[in-house]
Design a protein around this ligand. Structure first.
Ligand code: FAD
Length: 326
């Protein structure tokens, strides 16, 4: 597949999604590529059920609702989403830049805006879950509804594990948390809430085996306490392996940019050291940088307006007020 756009946005987290809106507002065509299967970056992957209190205009907004709003806001301009696809190589093309995706597809772009956050997430593996991904094991829960009425085992001891446990408890048939240590990394308040709700927690124990029923679907897991060989058998149609993620800029490190401690140096227009390549959001670095959703939104607007001028020197940097748009 080959496609041509004015701007290719690399990363569909909050910054990339807002950049997609802004590109549309500026009359630019855009595609948004993300190696995750869902939009929303860190918010969707790590804390979709948490409330966020520091996004302008929302006294409190649930992570997944903020992402839904961003997707809706960009929708009128029909961003071409390329989800589950990694941007691997960047090279100069005949009309700008070419970005090669995994699998060999090419996107020709007048400019590239990198909104890659903390990079590509790779979930930490659950050894007993080898071969079960997509067959009963998941690393995150984009939609709670599919787990209604199920027996769910959540593995992990951090914030995400507890977030899933608390979110699934009201709708699942049963939820059990399994953690290999006695102490949790999660915030005390959510551990307390899980205890108050009487959620079953098995600590100092590991999931040692996952078993399918006659229909081939996951039906139970074996949980073995440390130092014993006597596993407990738990019914389970879903195992959520919430063992955290490693994040890595990966291929972007080889794109000829100035990279310092996993972030890309930019100037006040959000331009990188490479012509027509811009960066915004968590991945962009400059003196005084604060990594927040709110700052990512501002940087996305700055980047896209400067891209509009770079692509068309006749264009104004100031976009006009959206409140005056039709
Ligand atoms: C638990 C937790 C709670 C938080 N709470 C808050 C809060 O209350 N308020 C706040 O402002 N911030 C909060 N943050 C931080 C906030 O989530 C980040 O600042 C924000 O997500 C950054 O958005 P982004 O779009 O720049 O990057 P990200 O959200 O990291 O998205 C980047 C996307 O780029 C993709 N990507 C990377 N490399 C490639 C590649 N080569 N090809 C294709 N795709 C690629 C990734 O898969 C990812 O989806 C929190 C973070 C965490 C972990």
């Amino acid at each position: 597949m080959e496609r041509s756009v004015d701007v290719l946005i690399v990363g569909a987290g909050p910054t990339g999604l807002f950049a997609a809106y802004y590109a549309g507002f500026r009359g630019l065509s855009m595609a948004v590529v993300d190696s995750l299967p869902e939009t929303g970056g860190q918010v969707t992957a790590m804390y979709p059920e948490k409330m966020i209190y520091d996004v302008g205009g929302f006294p409190a907004v649930r992570g997944r609702d903020l992402i839904k709003g961003l997707v809706e806001q960009a929708a009128p301009w029909e961003p071409g989403y390329l989800l589950g696809r990694k941007a691997e190589h960047l090279r100069d093309g005949p009309d700008g830049l070419d970005v090669l995706l995994d699998g060999g597809d090419v996107v020709h772009a007048g400019a590239v805006l990198i909104t890659a956050g903390i990079g590509e997430f790779t979930p930490r593996p659950l050894p007993a879950g080898d071969g079960w991904l997509g067959r009963g094991m998941v690393h995150f829960v984009p939609s709670l509804d599919v787990h209604a009425g199920q027996d769910v085992v959540v593995v992990g001891g951090g914030d995400s594990a507890f977030d899933w446990v608390l979110a699934l408890e009201p709708i699942a048939s049963s939820v059990t948390l399994v953690h290999r240590r006695a102490k949790f990394r999660a915030a005390e308040s959510i551990v307390r809430e899980a205890r108050q709700r009487g959620i079953r927690m098995i600590t100092d124990a590991e999931v040692t085996e996952m078993r399918a029923g006659a229909d081939g679907a996951l039906c139970e897991v074996l949980v073995t306490p440390k130092g014993t060989e006597e596993p407990a058998v738990l019914p389970a149609q879903t195992v959520v392996a919430a063992l955290g993620f490693t994040a890595d800029l990966g291929p972007i490190e080889n794109w000829g940019l100035e990279i310092d401690r996993r972030a890309i140096n930019v100037d006040s227009t959000m331009a990188t050291a490479r012509r027509r390549v811009y960066a915004a959001g968590d991945v962009a670095a400059y003196p005084g940088k604060v990594k927040l959703i709110a700052t990512g939104f501002g940087e996305a607007a700055t980047a896209v307006n400067n891209i509009a001028v770079a692509l068309n020197p006749e264009a104004h940097l100031f976009p006009g007020h959206s409140s005056n748009a039709e």
